[in-house]
Design a protein. Sequence first.
Length: 146
Amino acid sequence: MSRPPSVQLAHAYGLPIGVATARRVAAAAIAEGTRNGWTVAVAIVDPGGDLVFFERIDDTQAAGSHIACEKARTATRFKRSTKLLEDALTGGRHAILGLPGAVPLEGGLPLIVDGKIIGAIGVSGATSQQDGVCAQAGVDLLAASA
């Protein structure tokens, strides 16, 4: 019996993001939300999905805090943008709903330095697309400082 080829996702896990870096990444996401008038919560997690830093804009919906953490955990544990899971679900791949711990909503992105995942950012509170814009602002800041 032959075995199917193994699929290796592109990025390995690296050393976890530090608090100072996490704070800067979150600040970029918060700044993007503020600039656009969006109230958002931002969570930064390490490669294992444990919270490293959290901040939210006043008047962000209460659920945003929890959802931001779960989007970040999804992005690091599944090694991909939560938007990819959302796209798969809207494309008819309903099996996504059976993945434990998967949040198929845009706004979670892995944080990658030197080709390794050091954690992830999760943003919630606005629309999923707006959350994604804020999360990307954090990723862009990290990339510019690496």
